[in-house]
Design a protein around this ligand. Sequence first.
Ligand code: FAD
Length: 388
Amino acid sequence: MNFEESPEHSMIRSTATEIAEQFGPEYWREMEESGEFSQAFWDELGAAGFHGLLVPDEYGGAGMGTQEMGLVMETLCAEGCGMAGTWYLVLTAGMAAVGLKEYGTERQKETYLTDIAAGDRNFSIGITEPEAGTNTLNVATRAEKNGDEYVLNGQKAWITYSDIADNMIIVTRTTPRSEAERKTDGISLFILDMDADGIDVSPIEKHAINYSNSCEVFLEDVRVPEEDLLGEEDRGWWPLVDMLNPERIGFAAAGTGIGMLAADAAIEYASDREVFDQPIGTHQAVSFPITKAYARMEAARLMRQKAEWLYDQGEECGYETNVAKATAVEAGIEAVKQSMQAFGGWGYAKEYDVERWWREINLTRLAPVTQQMAYNHISQQLGFPRGY
Ligand SMILES: Cc1cc2nc3c(=O)[nH]c(=O)nc-3n(C[C@H](O)[C@H](O)[C@H](O)COP(=O)(O)OP(=O)(O)OC[C@H]3O[C@@H](n4cnc5c(N)ncnc54)[C@H](O)[C@@H]3O)c2cc1C
């Protein structure tokens, strides 16, 4: 085991830190208030080569793995970007790049991976439906073959970036669940062109992260050429599962990243703020809850790094990925909560940002997999009978 940081990783860390310095907490506070997508941040991440981290060299990418992706995301989050550090990269640079690289046809790879690496294409990922949240196998969006096209009808919910993305990797059923031999059969993935006729997108008003929209998407007789099927018809479940692990790794990085950002701000504040003639940080009632959360974040980060390493070796990593996600999120949420406490009433003021990080980090216990479902997966791996 070697914990020494490689020169490549040091370079990635310093590049991410330099970007985060340009897009600090004040910037994101303003972007949240204006409700604007940050094209400037997105382009800066592209210029640094971060869109194409997971894209193989032959398509213009860096040919790296989730170890580098997690490092970039955690650094961006921790150095000032908060949730934006993971949010802007996880769908295109994480999930879409993995799905296309592993399951795309040569034409799809040349078209989409090349564009992702060049910073010219943005993807959303359409899994959730109003009647199929946590239980993805219940998706009911239908794709029916008609000549050399498929015709899509249905509805998706919460699809982040679907209002601005060029494409969506959409999860559909080509065979209804009631007719499939196994419940995992009958799922098909498509690369949807968001300019196609019959797509209607409507943002959902939400609690935080308003520098991007998550939307309801209605599909009525949307025609998709058969060449835009990703992977095999009716066999889309396993490619989808492969794309979910990088997403969980990304959210584990957000958990520790936002937690460390808030904790560092609170440590600075508590070292300076005097109430009873000494800094409040001298009281263990203030320092210990943050310190304990920090220690838990350090351990959760190691678990994420193990999950990333396994994923990059092509090894099974579902257990490690879920442990990393569940523990990073719990530790990060505790860190932000205790940091807010250290700020006292000022923790409630927008100008200190900790209230925004609190709203942001709460998403990580609800998405992309809820904490309960992550623990369901872990407990099943431990040998408990499956209850879902
Ligand atoms: C801001 C935001 C952005 C999002 N972006 C996207 C996106 O880009 N693409 C996308 O596809 N989706 C996206 N989602 C959706 C997200 O992944 C889902 O909201 C999430 O998976 C939960 O689904 P649900 O809301 O329908 O909850 P439900 O499935 O209705 O679950 C409700 C509650 O019951 C619990 N529960 C259900 N079954 C069990 C069980 N067997 N055991 C224990 N507990 C259980 C759940 O854990 C949860 O707490 C986003 C959500 C949000 C809020």
